[in-house]
Design a protein around this ligand. Structure first.
Ligand code: ADP
Ligand code: MG
Length: 368
């Protein structure tokens, strides 16, 4: 197939946080921001990688040399990892010229890494006529990130980038990977969803993430279930009674109530009651802050300020300890909410956050 241009979006998670490694539910939607690759097949076994978002020239790698642990440790590990994962799974991807340009903010919890992986997989799938389905590509991209890059992420980000559709959020069951497109048309109802990138990333976040995962596993083991997904919402009080460690109790309570919140949001969206999801988002924030303990002062400031300025709901999104928050507003109140958050950050002495409206957009696609 001929050379061409492909695009894959970043994502924001509407609800369902820290549920993915507990076999639970998530509900991301794709951002209008994308990573675009201009790609050409080459038959000399060389992968030539260049990104307009990174200083420095192109990097050339031999496809046959790619192996986990042998990566350079920089951004090229993401696309190189995808090529490695495709080949390891028996798909004959090989050399290519890949030039990337992205509007997805990096390191903001908006999944620039998944956009980079998925757009690479999509381009190679077409260039080498691999015939892979999107879900399969998402799984191989996750493997690239877990094994080649060495980042222990779940399946949400890659699936969102690969499978989201315009005007919808994607309900993903991270146990059986079944998916459902849930209508999420904000504009028709005069609503807006703002993303507030705090531009903060607290240094201890990786270690804390590992501790939360281990705590969730300990909770599931103590309750005798394969994963916290298996603790029913109706049985939560009884389950909590059986746990001695207050930290583990908090983790379990968050995961179980968060899965329930995903179901509540789906019910509301399917009933057309989009405004009513606001308080559920805010409840989710309180749970992440108090029970799961992954928020930080900057994220709490966004949420508290936005709500005081009239937002319908707000919560941190992504792993926490920095990154981004989302804020649901009635469109006419967006300027007031935005101004309040900017002022609050200025008076607290924090760097200026980046605030933009997010329209649920389409997933990865071939552009030309
Ligand atoms: P997030 O996925 O939330 O943006 P990650 O830390 O998972 O944060 O991924 C960010 C990393 O992905 C960057 O540090 C960089 O290595 C890589 N990356 C993402 N987009 C690009 C791009 N367009 N060009 C080069 N590298 C990129
Ligand atoms: Mg990422």
């Amino acid at each position: 197939m001929s050379d061409g241009v492909w695009a894959a979006p970043g994502r924001v998670n509407l609800i369902g946080e820290h549920t993915d490694y507990n076999d639970g539910f998530v509900m991301p939607f794709a951002l209008p921001h994308t990573t675009v690759v201009t790609a050409a097949r080459r038959d000399d076994g060389v992968l030539r990688l260049h990104s307009a978002n990174v200083e420095g020239g192109a990097v050339e790698l031999r496809v046959g040399d790619l192996a986990p642990g042998r990566g350079a440790g920089g951004w090229t590990d993401y696309p190189a990892g995808v090529v490695w994962a495709l080949r390891e799974a028996g798909h004959p991807a090989a050399g290519a010229d890949l030039h990337y340009e992205s509007t997805v903010p990096t390191g903001a919890g908006l999944s620039s890494s998944a956009a980079l992986e998925v757009v690479t997989a999509l381009a190679l799938n077409d260039l080498y006529e691999l015939g892979l389905e999107r879900c399969r590509m998402a799984r191989l991209c996750r493997r690239a990130e877990n094994v080649y890059v060495g980042a222990p992420t779940g399946i949400m980000d890659q699936t969102a980038s690969a499978c989201c559709t315009d005007g919808h959020a994607l309900h993903l069951d991270t146990r059986d990977l079944s998916q459902r497109q849930i209508p999420f048309d904000l504009a028709a109802l005069g609503l807006e969803l703002l993303v507030v990138d705090t531009r903060v990333k607290h240094a201890h976040s990786d270690g804390e993430y590992g501790k939360r995962r281990a705590g969730c596993e300990a909770g599931a083991a103590a309750l005798g279930v394969p994963a916290l997904r298996d603790v029913p919402y109706e049985g939560l009080a009884r389950a909590l009674d059986r746990l001695d460690d207050p930290e583990v109790r908090g983790l379990v309570r968050h995961v179980v109530t968060e899965n329930h919140r995903v179901e509540r949001v789906i019910g509301l969206l399917e009933a057309g009651e989009v405004r009513a999801i606001g308080p559920v988002l805010t409840e989710g924030h309180a749970s992440l802050r108090d029970d799961f303990r992954v928020s930080c002062p900057e994220l709490d400031l966004v949420v508290d300020t936005a709500l005081a300025a009239g937002a319908l709901g707000a919560r941190m999104t992504g792993g926490g300890f920095g990154g981004s928050a989302i804020v649901l507003t009635d469109a006419p109140t967006t300027p007031t909410v935005t101004k309040s958050v900017l002022e609050a950050f200025a008076s607290a002495g924090h760097a200026e956050p980046r605030i933009f409206p997010a329209t649920p957009s389409r997933g990865a696609t071939r552009v030309s």
